[in-house]
Design a protein around this ligand. Structure first.
Ligand code: MLT
Length: 334
């Protein structure tokens, strides 16, 4: 019994020491899934600048790009355990840990930057922040907006679902996205983000989807030739913080973090508008060929909505909840 008592005393001391060293941390470590020049990197730069300004230079960040601190999904676990301070990653890689954020990966839910801003910065976004703290032990403190995910591949122009059948396509380990490709008639290959460049390079898979800016930041133009301008998912990329680390900060530091995250979020929306067309043009100048999907993407959209949405009604709070969200975006109920 004495052993148990002294063990718990030691654990308490250890926890107190960990808490106080976290409270004094000046340079937070930030894992970043993508490479330099993408929306994740830009969000991190702005967040760091704002945090420094709001803490009189006391608090700063160090970013580790290109998945150096581990695959995006692994960083959620590390942050939940307090082993990592922050991570910037795609929302689709948070969904496995907090199912309600799946509303942001439901195909064709977000149809513009305005929809993305309204959802993340409004009531729905606040609910998702709370749910993610509860389910995953991480707090979303900012959002990057990266534009629509487009399909890239190394083999051929793709316009229709029958063209798609010729390809092996990598998807994140996200059940909604896997089901979307199934609704389009193929069985995609789930693969960690940190392995995707190599997978494309070695021909383990022929294609993948991600926004223009991400394709550029990851240098996918070196291993992919064709782009299909599908608009099934608008990529939203949160800055998440370990809830344990957040709670160990003094109130004024917590407030500075939240305010810096808000400022960086607003910057991200402006940056996307300034950059996306330039980056698209840069990719074509490097030899990538952009194709529009046949018939305005009708068959892609109809299949995804009719086959995928009903499967996720329960996980996403029910059909009525999705209808409320659609109506808040000024769209028709389903
Ligand atoms: C993925 O495809 O796994 C992510 O969307 C990649 C990213 O974080 O940019």
């Amino acid at each position: 019994q004495r052993f148990v008592k002294s063990l718990s005393f030691a654990l308490c001391l250890g926890a107190a020491a960990a808490t106080s060293s976290l409270a004094q941390a000046k340079t937070f470590r930030v894992a970043v899934g993508d490479g330099a020049g993408g929306t994740q990197h830009e969000l991190g730069l702005k967040f760091s600048e704002e945090l420094k300004a709001r803490t009189n230079g006391q608090h700063d960040t160090q970013m580790f790009l290109n998945g150096q601190l581990g695959d995006e999904q692994a960083t959620v676990n590390d942050a939940a355990m307090g082993l990592l301070d922050f991570s910037i990653l795609a929302i689709n890689n948070v969904t496995p840990f907090s199912p309600s954020v799946g509303v942001l990966t439901l195909p064709y839910m977000v149809q513009s930057l305005d929809d993305a801003v309204a959802l993340t910065q409004g009531e729905v976004g606040q609910q998702l922040v709370d749910n993610t703290v509860r389910d995953a032990g991480v707090r979303i403190v900012g959002w990057a907006y990266s534009g629509f995910r487009v399909l890239t591949n190394s083999k051929q122009p793709v316009q229709s679902l029958s063209d798609l059948k010729a390809l092996k396509v990598r998807v994140p380990n996200n059940e909604i996205m896997i089901d979307t490709y199934r609704a389009w008639g193929i069985n995609p290959t789930p693969m960690a983000w940190s392995e995707t460049f190599t997978g494309l390079q070695l021909g383990v898979v022929d294609g993948q989807d991600n926004p223009y800016i991400t394709v550029y930041a990851m240098k996918f133009d070196e291993v992919q030739k064709y782009i299909t301008n599908i608009r099934y998912l608008f990529s939203i990329e949160p800055l998440i913080m370990s809830e344990a680390v957040f709670q160990s900060q003094p109130d004024e530091v917590q407030q500075a973090i939240l305010a810096a995250g808000k400022a960086a979020t607003e910057h991200s929306a402006r940056w996307l508008v300034e950059q996306e067309d330039k980056i698209k043009a840069e990719l074509t100048s490097r030899g990538m060929v952009i194709t529009e999907p046949a018939n305005g993407e009708r068959e892609w959209m109809d299949n995804a909505i009719s086959k995928v949405w009903p499967k996720y009604y329960d996980k996403l709070g029910g059909k009525d909840n999705l209808n409320r969200i659609l109506q808040s975006l000024g769209r028709d109920a389903i």
